[in-house]
Design a protein around this ligand. Structure first.
Ligand SMILES: Nc1nc2c(ncn2[C@@H]2O[C@H](COP(=O)(O)OP(=O)(O)OP(=O)(O)O)[C@@H](O)[C@H]2O)c(=O)[nH]1
Ligand SMILES: [Mg+2]
Length: 198
């Protein structure tokens, strides 16, 4: 009886868990975004932006959203750290690719990096959310301008959910809507990448 009841309790309280990779060139604002997500969805004050240093290892954020647990993996974007991203491709359920909209000079480098990622077989079918970050900065590229640069390789996205959205990780504008979009896509893609139950 106890086993039955505890089994039922476990069944009723278990959460679907998903893993979401946050990648993009260094200085794009990935860690700032993770801190912002934590503050919006968990109601805790995130790290002071001035205290965020370039990421060398991995930052993890566990956030409960819409009855799911989302584990965010924020990796460093420096060139010699990018090869580490691939190790997470087979296990992730979605990818957030952050673009620095104030850095037009590096947009082509950014596109090449994105292309290398989406053409990796290990992420086939995985939903991709691209964020045109730093929209709070006057003169930042608009989301349409960022999209235009990536349009040239859009065909390589294949059959998957993808979207480009404007955000400011620093001020928080657009972040909640972007993550809501992502969570729906994670749930929609369950057949291809099933969640883990804990
Ligand atoms: N104005 C503005 N600055 C931002 C925004 N997001 C991040 N930044 C700034 O951009 C710089 C880099 O932010 P990080 O979050 O460390 O960037 P990262 O992508 O994690 O960098 P790596 O860990 O090196 O890959 C910091 O000075 C942030 O304060 C934003 O939305 N607006
Ligand atoms: Mg970082």
């Amino acid at each position: 009886m106890y086993t039955l009841l505890s089994g039922l309790y476990h069944y009723l309280t278990q959460k679907e868990e998903y893993y979401v990779l946050i990648i993009g060139l260094d200085n794009a604002g990935k860690t700032t975004l993770l801190e912002r997500i934590k503050s919006i969805f968990m109601g805790v004050a995130g790290l002071d932006p001035d205290k965020i240093a370039p990421t060398v290892g991995l930052n993890i954020g566990k956030v409960d959203i819409k009855s799911s647990r989302i584990n965010f993996w924020d990796l460093g974007g420096q060139r010699d750290l990018q090869s580490i991203w691939e190790r997470y491709y087979t296990e992730c359920h979605a990818i957030v690719f952050v673009v620095d909209s104030t850095d037009p000079v590096r947009l082509e480098e950014c596109r090449d990096t994105f292309e290398k990622m989406i053409t990796n077989d290990a992420v086939e079918g995985v939903p991709i959310l691209m964020l045109a970050n730093k929209q709070d900065v006057p003169g930042a590229l608009r989301v349409e301008e960022v999209k235009e640069v990536f349009n040239k390789i859009a065909v390589k996205l294949g059959a998957r959910d993808s979207r480009v959205l404007p955000v400011s990780a620093l001020e928080g504008n657009g972040v909640e809507d972007a993550i809501d979009w992502l969570v729906l896509r994670l749930q929609r893609n369950k057949i291809n990448r099933p969640p883990i139950f804990r």
